[in-house]
Design a protein around this ligand. Structure first.
Ligand code: H2B
Length: 106
């Protein structure tokens, strides 16, 4: 289904070091195997609309978040299971998530 996508490429140490500049709304987990972002919306409907948009982006990118939702809050952790750490796919999904968060007024 995603035969057109290249495999995930692990981030190099210099790319990991530059993540705070590239993705300022995300924090690196201890050990640098994952990044996290915590969001809050006006209500559950907005939070779930955001999650639906992210689900579509995840399918398109063939990269899926670890996440949880409580009412108006969504917590997201991104890591690449195939490589055991951060990859270019985490950056691509984080950028799509940031764009969706803006659209849904996080
Ligand atoms: N999502 C995440 N977060 N990490 C992966 O390694 C991953 C994924 N791999 N989504 C994809 C699916 C892989 O299992 C499929 C077969 O391409």
């Amino acid at each position: 289904m995603h035969a057109d996508l290249p495999p995930a490429t692990p981030l190099m140490p210099a790319e990991i070091a530059a993540l705070p500049q590239r993705l300022p709304l995300w924090t690196r987990e201890a050990g640098d195997k994952a990044i996290e972002r915590h969001l809050r919306f006006t209500d559950f409907t907005a939070a779930f609309g955001f999650m639906s948009a992210v689900a579509q982006a995840a399918e398109r990118l063939d990269h899926h978040p670890e996440w949880s939702n409580v009412y108006d809050r969504v917590s997201i952790r991104l890591t690449t299971h195939d490589t055991g750490g951060l990859s270019d796919r985490d950056v691509a999904l984080a950028e799509a998530i940031d764009a969706a968060a803006t659209r849904f007024n996080a």
